[in-house]
Design a protein. Structure first.
Length: 86
């Protein structure tokens, strides 16, 4: 996983996006960063899709889990509970 994608900006140009989703916090939220900038705490895939939309990348929540260019740290898109790391 490279964690990079290309987004279409308002002028129609393209810019690489480096998306990182960190392991869950003790309460089950995951920090999301795009190009190193923190976007917030996601509690589910829909939150990540919304953060990416705000960053200029249109993606459906169902596609987030399948996106190979998202760098899922510690655990994959199906894990939102720190205890699930086992």
């Amino acid at each position: 996983m490279t964690g990079e994608s290309t987004s279409r900006g308002p002028e129609g140009g393209s810019a690489p996006l480096h998306v990182t989703v960190h392991p869950p916090t003790p309460k089950g939220a995951r920090r999301v960063r795009v190009n190193g900038e923190p976007l917030g705490l996601a509690h589910n895939l829909s939150d990540i899709a919304e953060f990416l939309r705000r960053a200029g990348l249109e993606i459906d929540a169902a596609e987030v889990a399948e996106a190979t260019w998202i760098d899922w740290r510690g655990m994959g898109p199906g894990s939102w509970d720190r205890e699930a790391r086992g």
